[in-house]
Design a binder for this molecule. Structure first.
Ligand code: PAF
Length: 283
């Protein structure tokens, strides 16, 4: 039976746990998560283990990236299952601070990312989100001092924001994006998929089918505008409430009008009932 990873909940305990890795010159990879782990997170852990001898997984449901009307209090927190999953995955360390440890009363510093964080995608609908993500991820990076940090491409704008933040702050680590893991029917894995009713779950994979079809048409040379117009109608007719479907430059997330200005990433966010789903695809 695999032995349970060391679980640390304070910064001094985290330091004591990672210092031997640093001193032994062992590479360390960080997988930041909010728990409710699924196969998507395990793909990050697998890649982390491929790149580094030591792997730390952080589990922290970060209050500052949720707006007051969002699901912070109901966000799933199956900590026992998560620890069992990480035991099976043979990770070395779990960093699970409380909100008070992460944000003590005296806490007063916030990172306010621009660039990709102001692309008019997630930021338009969740204006608080990237400030909260950038601040907590910067803290996770400095707390653990990893050589690598792994993020899923499903949260594509987040991946671009965090990559830029690490570069701008000269943080000595490599941010690595890992392809989205999907259900057999194409639905991107997400801890929030548990919110979908059975009927909504049946319809949800349409989002990826529409993205794939649009990407194929753009690759074949169809004009981006009309392709996206049709895709938006299809998403609407399926019963989603669409927040956005956009073609953007894959690195800067700037709007893009023609294939020659690529590489292109198609990004979508839509609500199915009360559940907000996001997805994206490269063209
Ligand atoms: O993608 C997530 O799970 C979170 O946004 C992250 C990166 C762990 C920061 O809280």
């Amino acid at each position: 039976m695999a032995s349970r990873p060391t679980i640390v909940t304070t910064v001094p305990a985290l330091r004591r746990a990672v210092e031997p890795f640093w001193h032994a010159g062992e590479r360390l990879a960080l997988v930041p998560t909010m728990g409710a782990l699924h196969r998507g997170h395990l793909a990050l852990v697998r890649e982390a283990k491929r790149r580094a001898k030591r792997v730390v997984v952080s589990i922290f449901v970060n209050p500052t990236q949720f707006a007051p009307n969002e699901d912070f209090s109901s966000y799933p927190r199956p900590i026992k299952n998560d620890i069992a999953t990480l035991t099976d995955a043979k990770v070395d360390l779990v960093w699970a601070p409380s909100p008070e440890v992460m944000y003590p009363d005296s806490f007063a510093t916030k990172i306010e990312p621009a660039g990709a964080a102001k692309a008019g995608l997630e930021d338009k609908f969740r204006p608080h989100f990237f400030g909260g993500v950038a601040t907590v991820v910067a803290k996770l990076f400095t707390q653990t001092a990893p050589d690598f940090a792994l993020f899923g491409q499903k949260d594509y704008q987040q991946l671009r924001v965090v990559t830029q933040m690490a570069k701008d702050l000269d943080l000595p680590l490599k941010v690595i994006g890992i392809p989205t893991v999907r259900e057999k029917d194409g639905l991107a894995l997400s801890s929030r998929n548990v919110y979908l009713s059975a009927a909504e779950r049946n319809v949800a994979p349409l989002l990826y089918r529409v993205l794939k079809a649009a990407a194929t048409r753009i690759k074949k040379g169809d004009a981006i505008g009309p392709v996206l117009d049709v895709a938006r109608i299809e998403i609407d007719l399926a019963g989603f409430s669409l927040d956005y479907l956009e073609a953007r430059h894959a690195l800067t997330l700037a709007p893009i009008a023609s294939r020659k200005d690529g590489p292109i990433r198609l990004l979508v966010a839509a609500k199915m009932g009360k559940t907000r789903l996001i997805d994206n695809i490269g063209v």
